[in-house]
Design a protein around this ligand. Sequence first.
Ligand code: DGJ
Length: 385
Amino acid sequence: MQLQQSLKASKYRLVITGFCLIANVTSGCAPSAASSLDRRFWAGNKPGPNTSETTPQTNASIDAVNNSNLMNAARLNSFRPGDTWLDTEGQVINAHGGGFYVENGVYYWFGELKGQDGLARAGISLYSSTDLYNWRNEGLVLAVDKSNPDSDIAEGAIIERPKVIFNKKTQKYVMWFHLELKGQGYGSARAGVAVSDTVRGPYRFLTSFKPNNEMSRDQTLFVDDNGKAYQIAASEENQTMHINELTDDYLKPNGKFVRTFIGRSMEAPAVFKYKGRYHLIASGCTGWDPNSARQAVADNMMGPWTELDNPAQGPESDVTFRSQSTYVLEVTPGSGQFIYIGDRWNPDNLADSRYIWLPLKYDNGRFTMRWQDEWQWGQALPVTP
Ligand code: DGJ
């Protein structure tokens, strides 16, 4: 028993140490000030483009929080799911329906920049972090096109659920997002694609389409170990999920796709791989209102997928702790430490929607998560055997 515990503890320390090295964090992974490496890292990187456009007026309550915290950007050392989350400059993080990308020990958080009307009509914001708690605003990396009313991303378009992956062959960062053309509400159901030579952008809008001529709303991307990439999207009026295999450059579907979870009305897909199996966490389809999360597993990305039970456990699990999935992030590649990342939409004030990050626990082929008021990735995450 004792041996088991100390083994567990040392495994635990290893994971933490590994992460600290990657994250350039000095001690305990909860630094109170930026390390010299941190400073060197940031010094060499210019802020993202269009920085002045990153914080359009949202609403009075957010502005009030921003103003009162402007001079008080305290360094964070824990997650507090559902709290107002401030960036390193004391501004409320505005990156909803987020997608994550990790490179050289830096985490990048791409998200919808929600404006005053609560809709994502400005473009895609980017934040970066070395410890997952403290996020620096890198600016608007894809902006709606204000100069060309004929553009697919003309002002008035809705841009949601951005996800970014890197293509080794073309050396491009490829962003896919859910696009609704201006003036059509949620009727056009398209996927948009943009690229950049650098992770921080700016991203150049390329095109939008219906993958394989089918509707595409809530969506995510997944890159397999062999480099094959997939777009997973709510299709057929959100009744059925489609998994679209992408071309080698990741810019479009290659024509191979499967319909899965037929008639199950799933949204908000997040896909990840563990122990050689593919896992999906998604939501039901109830607009901005929360519902029970869905969970599924497959031996192949193109299926068949087997639905399991709700990964959320305990009080408020029936509404996924009032959140909707957007991504599952592995803390360090291969660590098996996964974080559920969801949006807690506020339908009365969508711009004031919050973020729910919770540790996922792997047990016997499935993942579970429980509510935590406050937690640290190093303490709350279980080490899986
Ligand atoms: C729920 C989706 O998951 C969101 O991303 C958004 O598209 C809303 N529906 C729109 O009603």
